[in-house]
Design a protein. Sequence first.
Length: 229
Amino acid sequence: MSSNTIFFKNSHVLARAVRYAIAMTLLKEPVCLMPGMWYLPGFAQSREIWPAIRQVIAAAPLRHMQTQRGFKMSVAMTNCGDVGWTSDRRGYRYSAVDPETDQPWPELPAALRSLANSAAAAAGFDDYEPDACLINQYKPGAQMGAHQDRNERSFDYPIVSASLGIPARFFIQGEQKGGKSQSIDLHDGDVLVFGGEARCHFHGVRKLKQATHPQFGSVRWNLTFRVAQ
């Protein structure tokens, strides 16, 4: 696997520099943004995986979950796989059943599993077999505050996160919440893989700006694959 390394050096947005490097020298090869975090530009083919996403949503409709403090999340979501991530006044956790139906979550479609497997392998994480996929729907004005993914039993496996639709500004803060953050603009088909030193870094998504995608309209979809159990 050929690759290039562009470590974060300050808090300004790196998207322009990263994309210039890709266009000039990398031809969409994986880019290491910091130890453990890899950027795979245009890796996911939205038209190929969209039927699988629609299949999941038909079986387990999108919903705005509640935080432990009682706030409704601005991002609508659902799950597929052996377990799904849920949130309510009792806290964050994984569950084998959809709390709205008490039925198992839909199976992880083969097209989505293949995307996660190949993205993890491209970033140097072999034998990746996710058992959970969070499907998040962002509309303009939606955001995701700084958080860690720490509900999994083991942090030995990376998070694989694919973006579809309108752009989003992803930010990462490191091991401590708050302070200066580094950002990168994610576009349709871009994938981030973060494990190793970056696995438990605080990260999030800034409030989405108004934009339109030819296939998805004013929507950004995010697929987050995890090994939860």
